[in-house]
Design a protein around this ligand. Sequence first.
Ligand code: NDP
Length: 283
Amino acid sequence: AALAGSHPAETALSQFALPGRVALITGGHRGIGLEIALALAEAGANVYCLDLPPTPDSDWLKVQAHAASLAQSQRAQGNLLVAGKLEYVSGDVTDQKKVWDIAEEIAKKEGRLDICVANAGILRSAECLEYPAEEFRKLIDINVSGALFSAQAAGRQMERLGIPGSIILIASMSGSMTNKDQHWVAYNTSKAAVIQMARSLSCELGVKGIRVNSVSPGYIYTQMTRNFLSKNDGLDADWSSQNPLGRLGRPDELRGVVLWLAGDGSTFCTGSDIIVDGGHRAW
Ligand code: NDP
């Protein structure tokens, strides 16, 4: 009876559709963040990317144009689901006031804020006994404080507007495992903190109807990993051999899980860490 009159495919797809929703994503100019920003916009959300200023070779401008032309052709075809807009907002996730202000401006302009993806992050390696204090603090500030400030910024607006929003923190499989010879003590520590942050926030914000989850990708081929791989011969093959699928992941392979967490298909999911690692930890 519950299904009477509804088309199953339509019902299933609507769990991933985000028409009229508004999203804030950090670090959306390239890599995983860019794919997630595009996916959210393609699902109908208006997406704001909080990022450092784009470089001339950034894919960002191309992507913004792509979203606009996609929406135009969908409207022309009379599609029910039309891509949302993608807008860039300049900011640094370590600046708490700035991040809060940006979320407030978006919520005032759009009248809502439904989704936040705290994705901005950096990776640096240094031997644990030599790790320079400033480098360590900088990484923790971007990866951990930045994730908290972004979640706070969105959570404050969701609470103010009474929106049952979804906050997604991009963690890493490095938050719960490590690998020999990587010297990623700061990075691994930061991502363990992010997984626990999502759990803690889910308890505090769940009572307000706001969900918080983390996503832990395995090795994904982006600028971040390319920088590391280029300095270590043979590592590409080594990493690929560490999961049963025998390869690194692509940034677009994070789209589905984030769309699911952002939308109505996951309304009873909070405090979870969703692992997308090609089976790395099962191998
Ligand atoms: P990239 O280095 O390709 O992209 C990171 C993005 O974050 C860039 O847009 C960067 O901006 C932005 N950023 C960095 N610092 C700041 C800051 N202070 N304020 C605002 N934006 C900032 O990385 P990935 O796409 O690979 O990684 C995205 C997330 O996924 C990170 O949190 C990473 O730790 C995580 N992850 C990645 C994995 C992988 O294998 N690639 C695996 C597991 C997790 P700019 O372009 O200006 O530098």
